[in-house]
Write a protein that binds this ligand. Sequence first.
Ligand SMILES: [Zn+2]
Length: 477
Amino acid sequence: MIGNFRYKIAKMMGKFGQKIVGLNGGMGKSFPGWLFLKIGSYEALNNLAKEPEYGSIIITGTNGKTTSTTLTIKLLSEDTEICSNFESNTINAIATGLLKGNSKLGVFEYGIRDFEHGIPGTVQRLVDPVGVVYTTISKEHTQVLGVKNPFEKYLAAKTELSKNMTKGVVIANADDPRTAFIGKNKEKDIHVNYFGFDTDNVVDIFEDKPIKCPKCGKDLKYTKRFMNHRGIYECECGFKRPEPNVKLTNFKLEPERWYITVEGEVYNYTVDKNVSFKFDTDVPNFGIHNLYNVICSTTVYATFTPSPEKIEKTAKKVFSSLTMAILPPGRFEVVKLNNGKLIGLGQGDNGDALKVNILCMKPYIKGPVEFIYTTPDVGEEEVFEDHLEAIRTIKPDHLIVIPGRESVDIAKEYYNQIKDEFNADFYPYPYDEMKKRINGMCDLVKESKYDYILMTGCGEEQAMWEQIKQKIKRGNK
Ligand SMILES: [Zn+2]
């Protein structure tokens, strides 16, 4: 806490900052908060965080943060006044969201790469959230700015965000042993609401990779695998998948829309009692991973809405009106080209994301596939290993390798490692001529003689993938 006078000045300046940037994307997502914290100090965030009547919710995880946050915002804002910020991963962005004022709940996305590049403990102390939400935790980049980032450390940084919470609710993915483990450890302190799949209609296509028990380190035994390390699992030490409070109980794939049933019974923090619900709805054909984002956001919504009687109606209304536009810029989607070819394209930075993209495209593939793959950078060999495993599963008839990040040399090296295994070609488009790279990739799609094309891998989501997507869609008009 800081003195009242300094806080008032800082808030005034923060609001002034909002006027300057007009809150339009880019700088607008963090500049006012930066100015506020600069004048008021980090401690001022503690004062600001007390403004929403019910408190704030922070959403974190490796994948799914932005979509889960966006959906949560859509759901909660039907029932109450909220302030929010998403697609930005800093304390400045949280402060910017809180500066809006006059809200009952704050909803914020917060990404944590490790202790060096995030301050999860400080954020928890200052924002003092009533909800911390874990989407899923997978291996990410193993090296950031030249520093090795072991998975254990990454997991510990994520855990830190809820470690000292003494009130509120932790929301965790039950199907993900890492987020479930964080939840299990919090059950002694506060309420934990889990979400997960309860259906036979979702089956993973990738080779089972051993997943270590987060409690004892032995290999987990899976009776079901839904997606990568997500499934139904148990360990001889006693650790097992917790029973989800919110479940996806039915899933039917139709070409345009997917039909789902969601059932739940959760502890609602705002009204301090248990609430139950069940609804059927339809959503865009946006991939299994987005069904996790649907049940994650439903759980957050049901846990914090001050009007639990509206859950079924609001959820149906929000989900059934969703279109592909819900996806953040640059993310993977399947597009039908004018010539009838199908292309699945978008970012797939880490191993988990690339597999998820392939899973998304898989149901549509009915013939030979061309895979246009963009590689990771120097020091990201583990990401490449994960990507390679995914490429092997899809067995492309033709593989094109392109540098996804800065180093063309390392891309060539990755290519050399796989060129004998696949019918492969290498296109060394340089990083500093991004326009050339983007045009080159679009031309490859145009000239492809395959009916099914996958174009995914590493690369900046807005600077590269979103531009490619726009260009391809424009050419389609
Ligand atoms: Zn164990």
